[in-house]
Design a protein around this ligand. Structure first.
Ligand code: THU
Length: 164
């Protein structure tokens, strides 16, 4: 039996220390919490996704009385980019969350479903998609979404298990 550890490389920054293009993305993600439709959770999440040409695609969580029909902020932005800018590489996504009258102290963490979607696009474009998580106590920068999704299931996992 062998045991191995998986590690994720996370850079912790104060908001002021962030590179300016990441700070701008964080600002847009924070702004987008204001457009969140969250009558059920009252948890507002905003996302801002930078494409290779500099475009910022915006997203925020959208809830529904049929709960599973809702969607996270990250995926609204990722799918909007996939639909409106097909083939454009996604460079970085920033995420912020607002609840109980303030932004979260801890950097907000994307759910597994959103990580899976980030990894799909990163894998397809063969270039890293950085993830920037905002909290009032500090920000985390992860240079590749794959760091957040070890043992990820990707297109190759399907191909490897097809018979011819
Ligand atoms: N949510 C997001 O939009 N992104 C996350 O990373 C975590 C959770 C949303 C989904 C739901 O509308 C609300 O936050 C509470 O889970």
């Amino acid at each position: 039996m062998k045991t191995f550890e998986l590690q994720a490389k996370v850079h912790a920054y104060s908001y002021d220390e962030l590179p300016p293009d990441y700070r701008e993305l964080v600002d847009v993600a924070k702004q987008m919490t204001g457009a969140s439709y969250n009558p059920y959770s009252r948890f507002a999440v905003g996302a801002a996704l930078r494409l290779e040409d500099g475009t910022i695609v915006r997203g925020c969580n959208q809830e529904n009385a049929a709960y599973p029909s809702g969607l996270c902020a990250e995926r609204t932005a990722l799918f909007a980019a996939g639909a409106n800018y097909p083939g454009k590489a996604m460079r970085a996504i920033a995420i912020a969350a607002f609840s109980n009258g303030r932004f979260t102290q801890e950097p907000v963490s994307p759910c597994g479903g959103c990580r899976q979607v980030m990894v799909e696009y990163e894998d397809a474009q063969k270039a890293p998609l950085a993830v920037i998580l905002y909290g009032t106590d500090g920000c985390y920068v992860i240079e590749s979404s794959k760091e957040l999704m070890p043992f990820c299931f990707v297109a190759e996992s399907l191909a490897a298990n097809k018979d011819e």
